[in-house]
Design a protein around this ligand. Structure first.
Ligand code: VAH
Length: 318
């Protein structure tokens, strides 16, 4: 039995659907801080209201459903965290320690994602190594580094089987992300279909790692099912599919929508966050220790995003 927090979020909503496909809907308990009756995640299987800062409620729900796997996705992303740093600390770290404590008490295998946001300006920016300096300058990055160390601690101190990856920016068409820095690379596809043009808040030439959501979900399952004896690292594997800048996405879109145009209105806050992160990270450890591989490159992702979004968005308009 698997419990997922943040099950209505960008990763959580698709991870819930995928795990219900793979392991059976009744084996996947979705939780989030709200419970919209008409939401597919609420309708397609067990769902519980849960505020991850409420340790007692979290334990009771996990105990009631006798979960043996804990997937902790509830968190505030980088831009939101930068706007509300204390809320971010309380939710991101409070929620994580509660989830680790429940996993320790119930003997659950544990997953939570870190991020390329766990690196800072003093980290080598190109092909960032798996093990390197991590002095992030954002509250989100502080949360992610502390989270990586806390997950290591629960493994070494209490034997909790904690695992995780450092995700790059994730691109998806199911649930629009909220409050990230990499979300320009999601919005651009929506706007390409709806308006034929997009104004990016991230500057031309700003490289960041990205990955298509299907590859992210596959990576989570592959890591969780990996033979633990092969894992030299536990919970912060660098994973990525591509290192791109806004012009790269525009060119890929123009192969399908030749008239698409991209212009810029840079947001200094999110631009500063983006510039503190790597240009590209090195996923060798994930490939060697549990066979990570990405199926989607920029062109393959763009073709699928536009096809899926045309169906989703133009249906609404028509
Ligand atoms: C964010 N999408 O932008 C998240 C992610 C690497 C980026 O952590 O905050």
């Amino acid at each position: 039995k698997i419990i997922i927090t943040g099950a209505l979020g960008q990763i959580g909503s698709e991870l819930t659907a995928k795990l219900r496909d793979v392991y059976g809907a009744h084996n996947v308990i979705a939780t989030d801080i709200r419970m919209p009756k008409d939401h597919p995640t609420v309708q397609a299987g067990p769902f519980e209201l849960l505020d991850v800062t409420d340790a007692k409620a979290m334990y009771e729900i996990a105990k009631k459903h006798q979960v043996d796997t804990f997937m902790h996705l509830a968190a505030l992303l980088s831009a939101t965290a930068e706007a509300k740093p204390l809320l971010a600390w309380n939710l991101n770290m409070g929620g994580l320690v509660n989830a680790l404590e429940v996993s320790r008490e119930l003997g659950c295998q544990f997953f939570t994602p870190s991020s390329i946001g766990a690196f800072g300006p003093s980290t080598p920016k190109d092909q960032t190594p798996q093990d390197t300096i991590q002095r992030p300058t954002t509250m989100y990055g502080v949360n992610k580094v502390a989270g990586e160390l806390l997950c290591d601690y629960y493994y070494h101190k209490f034997g909790v089987d904690t695992r995780g990856v450092r995700f790059p920016g994730l691109i998806s068409y199911v649930t629009p992300p909220g409050g990230g820095t990499t979300d320009y690379a999601v919005e651009i596809y929506y706007k390409a279909i709806l308006d034929g043009t997009y104004t990016s808040y991230i500057a031309k030439g700003t490289y960041m790692d990205m990955m298509y959501m299907p590859d992210a979900l596959q990576a989570i399952i592959k890591l969780m099912e990996a033979d633990p004896s092969r894992l030299k690292h536990r919970n912060a594997f660098n994973v990525t599919a591509m290192s791109i800048e806004p012009e790269d996405v525009a060119r890929a879109i123009q192969k399908h929508i030749p008239s698409f145009t991209l212009q810029y209105d840079v947001d200094p806050v999110r631009q500063a966050i983006a510039e503190s992160w790597p240009n590209s990270i090195d996923p060798t450890a994930a490939k060697e220790e549990w066979g990570f591989e990405a199926e989607y490159d920029l062109d393959k992702m763009t073709a699928d995003m536009l096809t899926q979004l045309k169906g989703k968005l133009l249906q609404k308009i028509s």
